[in-house]
Design a protein around this ligand. Structure first.
Ligand SMILES: Cc1ncc(C[n+]2csc(CCOP(=O)(O)OP(=O)(O)O)c2C)c(N)n1
Ligand SMILES: [Mg+2]
Length: 377
C-alpha cells in the first residue's frame, strides 16, 4: 500500500499541500506547544512533581495533524498517550497535566469539548468509538468520531469487534492507529503477519490508508478526507500513521534494554517539527522571529498550567476508592478502612511509616497528604 507523504524528510514538498500556509503555520505552532508540554512533563516527573508520564515525543504530527482535522462537534477518543491530541481538540492544558499529577478528578473536558477520558486498558475505546459513531448516525448528527490507538491495540479482540461493527453499521468513525513501532518492549513485527495495519481494512470492507505519521500535512490530509467520507455516509476508515516513539514507553521504562538507540536514525522519519519548519521556511512563511514567538507562547501556556496544578489543594488519598463501585462490596470497604488506618498511623509524629520516609516515588511533592475525613465517599 502506498505511503501518503506531502513533504519529504527534509520538508521539501512532494505534492500540493492540503492547506494554506496560514493553516500550516498554525499547525506548527500547535506542535511546538505539544513539544513544550511533553518536555516539561518529563522534567516534572524527574523532579518528583508529577507521577509516571507517557511521553508522545516524535508523534506530534500525528496528534496535532489528526486533531486539527476535527470540527468542534466531532468526538475524540484518546489513549493515555494522546493528551496532545486532546489538548488540540480543547481539553484544558491544566486538566491534562493534573491527570499525570494523579488527580482522579482531572481530564475533565468542558461541556462543549467532545473529548473522552483517556483509555488505559488497551483498545477498549475502539468499540466505544463504534457505538458513539453509530449513535450519532442514528440521531441524524453531522458529527464524526476520531479514535486513537496504538499498534499494540490491533492485536486485541476489541480492535476486531469495534472495527467490524463500525463497518457493518457504517458508523462515522476514523480509526487512527499511531504505529510507533512498539507496544512497550514488543516490536511491531510481532503484532501481525499482515503487510501493514492499513491493509487489514479490506477484511472489514472499509477504506484503509497508510500515511507518514511524521508528516503533519499528510496526517491532516488523510484524516480530513476520512472524516468527510464518514460524514457523507461512506462509513469508517482505518488510517495507519507510521511514526516512532522517540522516548520511553513511560517515564518508568528504559528502552535501551530492548531496542537499539540507532534505530530511530535508520528509520529516517525525521523530526516532525523540523520537517514542517523547513517546509514553511522554504516558502518564506516561517522565520526565527516566528519561532521565538511560538516557543515563548508555548512556554507561557505550559507554565500557567503547572502553576494551576501546583496550586490545587492536596488530593485526598481516599479518592482512589471513589467511583469504583456503585454498591461497594464488603472487602472493598475493608480495604479502604485499612488503607486509611495505615496512612493515619504513618502520619503520626515519630512513626516510621511511608510519610516519615518522604514522598513516595513519583508522588506529588510534599509527600502524601493525609486528609481522611472524606474517606466515606
Ligand atoms: C488490556 C490491556 N492489556 C495490557 C495492558 C498493558 N499495556 C499498557 S500500554 C501497552 C502497550 C500498548 O502499545 P500500543 O497499543 O502500541 O500503544 P503505545 O503505548 O505504543 O502508544 C500495554 C500492553 C493494558 N494497559 N491493557
Ligand atoms: Mg505502539
Amino acid at each position: 500500500m502506498e505511503l501518503l507523504r506531502v513533504i519529504d524528510g527534509e520538508g521539501r514538498p512532494l505534492r500540493e499541500a492540503p492547506c494554506t500556509d496560514e493553516d500550516a503555520r498554525a499547525l506548527l505552532e500547535r506542535m511546538i506547544f505539544l513539544r513544550a508540554f511533553d518536555e516539561r512533563a518529563v522534567a516534572l516527573q524527574r523532579q518528583g512533581r508529577i507521577g509516571t508520564y507517557a511521553p508522545y515525543r516524535g508523534m506530534e504530527a500525528c496528534q496535532a495533524g489528526a486533531a486539527s482535522a476535527l470540527s468542534p462537534e466531532d468526538w475524540l477518543l484518546p489513549t493515555y498517550r494522546d493528551h496532545g491530541a486532546a489538548m488540540i481538540h480543547g481539553l484544558p492544558v491544566e486538566e491534562a497535566l493534573a491527570y499525570w499529577a494523579g488527580r482522579v478528578e482531572s481530564y475533565r473536558a468542558p461541556a462543549e469539548v467532545n473529548v473522552f477520558p483517556p483509555a488505559v486498558p488497551i483498545a477498549t475505546q475502539i468499540p466505544h468509538a463504534a457505538g458513539i459513531g453509530w449513535g450519532l448516525r442514528r440521531a441524524g448528527s453531522a458529527a464524526a468520531v476520531l479514535c486513537f490507538f496504538g499498534d499494540g491495540a490491533t492485536s486485541e479482540g476489541d480492535f476486531h469487534e469495534g472495527i467490524n461493527f463500525a463497518g457493518v453499521f457504517r458508523a462515522p468513525v476514523v480509526f487512527f492507529c499511531q504505529n510507533n513501532g512498539y507496544a512497550i518492549s514488543v516490536p511491531f513485527s510481532r503484532q501481525t503477519a499482515a503487510a501493514s495495519i492499513a491493509v487489514r481494512a479490506a477484511g472489514y470492507g472499509i477504506a484503509g490508508e497508510r500515511v507518514d505519521g511524521n508528516d503533519a500535512l499528510a496526517v491532516l490530509d488523510a484524516v480530513r478526507r476520512a472524516l468527510q467520507r464518514a460524514r457523507e455516509g461512506g462509513g469508517p476508515t482505518l488510517i495507519e500513521a507510521l511514526t516512532y516513539r522517540v522516548g520511553p514507553h513511560t517515564t518508568s521504562d528504559d528502552p535501551s534494554r530492548y531496542r537499539d538507540p540507532e534505530e530511530a536514525q535508520r528509520l529516517a522519519l525525521g523530526d516532525p517539527l523540523e520537517r514542517l519548519r523547513r517546509y514553511l521556511a522554504g516558502r518564506g512563511a516561517w522565520d526565527e522571529a516566528d519561532e521565538a514567538r511560538a516557543q515563548e507562547a508555548a512556554r507561557a501556556r505550559v507554565a500557567a498550567a503547572v502553576r494551576a496544578v501546583e496550586a490545587m489543594a492536596p488530593p485526598d488519598p481516599a479518592d482512589i476508592f471513589a467511583h469504583v463501585y456503585g454498591a461497594e462490596p464488603l472487602f472493598f470497604q475493608e480495604q479502604r478502612r485499612r488503607f486509611l488506618a495505615e496512612l493515619e498511623s504513618a502520619a503520626r509524629p515519630g512513626a516510621g511509616g511511608p510519610a516519615a520516609r518522604g514522598p513516595a516515588p513519583g508522588g506529588a511533592a510534599g509527600g502524601p497528604a493525609v486528609r481522611t475525613e472524606g474517606g466515606g465517599r
